[in-house]
Design a protein around this ligand. Structure first.
Ligand code: PMP
Length: 360
């Protein structure tokens, strides 16, 4: 009997078992072609179908309207920290930011590096990012090309369950760590981007969902970051990450079979509630995040004693509960419950923590 292994990594992260098994079956021989997905051309009809189905399945799952385009880039979320200002900060050369934590800061720093002025409209740094900053009622009179928002803060464990809105500001949303985890209204955004390696598939592909009307040709852009170029070439200007798009496509089909985003959201809420409920009643562990802002996908928790936290991480790993070490900036532990985390994994974690607490 082998012990079940549950992977709570923040990313790259757990993928659905049936998808891994499908990849294993397909790997030597894709659709009876006698060739592997690892060796087919991105200009082949085999890949045409994979790309078209991935786009349509994502469109269905997120109810993406026709006036939005789906693009596939390389370069991760970090690539988009540069692509968004290069493509969109072309009028005022200025963007606004809600400082919700580490990844918001990274986005701001990348834009600043490219000569774009970055204004922080609100910050919760003083609260160690245990709650979310909100838009001030009056936004300073200077004009910005857009507002950058980190929808789910992977490290700090916070999520905007309600998206901040300002009629004056186009909205660019980093959804890297809760893409497809809960329903959002695509029309609330001008751009949504996400690296695949948390909730969508393996590392290597970055999804950009963008309102067509804001895409304009911009001179002097690197081709690999050019929204207009990728839109006119259907993400096939150059060789795309063929395997990563194929694998993400399988995850999208799996997600449809789970009842889509609404179905998985229901389960994600149940899973997160189990751990939060345990933490809120525990005398040993706690979660530091303001209740209204708690993430469904990334849950930091700790004992307050760094040495004991390390012991919990190590003991958990011996029991098959992997990758629970918290990010160094927050400390303690962090459990990531992406869509592919089964309820049995959450139950195993909560039982383990309960026994650990009892035995002290
Ligand atoms: N934004 C968020 C919210 C993230 O969690 C991450 C990765 N952890 C990034 C951006 C950076 O993504 P990448 O590693 O794909 O560049």
């Amino acid at each position: 009997l082998t012990m079940p292994i549950y992977n709570f990594s923040a990313g790259p992260a757990v993928m659905p078992k049936p998808v891994i098994e499908q990849i294993q079956r397909d790997l030597p021989n894709l659709n009876g072609s006698g060739m592997s997905i690892l060796e087919i051309s991105h200009r082949s009809s085999l890949f045409d179908t994979i790309l078209a189905e991935a786009k349509q399945d994502l469109r269905d799952l997120m109810r993406i309207p026709d006036d939005y385009e789906i693009l596939f880039f390389q370069g991760g979320g970090t690539g988009q920290f540069a692509a968004a200002p290069l493509n969109l900060a072309t009028l005022h050369h200025a963007i606004a930011l809600l400082d919700s934590g580490h990844w918001a800061n990274r986005a701001g720093a990348e834009a600043a590096k490219l000569g774009v002025a970055v204004t922080t409209l609100a910050s919760t740094q003083a609260d160690h990012y245990t709650r979310l900053p909100h838009l001030p009622t009056t936004i300073p009179t200077e004009s910005y090309d857009y507002l950058h928002l980190t929808v789910n803060n992977t490290i700090e464990g916070t999520t905007y369950h309600t998206i901040p809105q300002s009629s004056d500001l186009p909205l660019v949303a980093d959804m890297s760590s809760n893409f497809l985890a809960q329903p959002y209204n695509v029309t609330d955004f001008d751009v949504i981007f996400a690296g695949a390696q948390k909730n969508l598939g393996p590392a290597g592909v970055t999804v950009v969902i963008i309102k067509k009307a804001i895409v304009k040709p911009v001179d002097h852009l690197p081709s690999m970051l050019d929204y207009h170029l990728f839109m006119t070439k259907n993400s096939l200007y150059n060789t795309p990450p063929v395997f990563a798009i194929y694998a993400a496509g399988l995850v999208l089909k799996w997600l449809k079979a789970q009842g889509g985003v609404a179905g998985i959201y229901q389960r994600n809420q149940e899973e997160a509630a189990k751990l939060y409920d345990f933490l809120d009643h525990s005398k040993l562990f706690y979660n530091p995040v303001h209740h209204a802002d708690r993430s469904l996908t990334n849950i930091p928790f700790m004992t307050g004693d760094a040495q004991l936290d390390a012991e919990v991480v190590e003991t958990a790993a011996q029991e098959g509960l992997m990758n629970l070490k918290g990010h160094r900036s927050v400390g303690g532990l962090r459990a990531s419950f992406y869509n592919a985390m089964p309820m049995t994994g959450v139950d195993a974690l909560v039982n383990f923590l309960h026994h650990f607490e009892q035995q002290r």
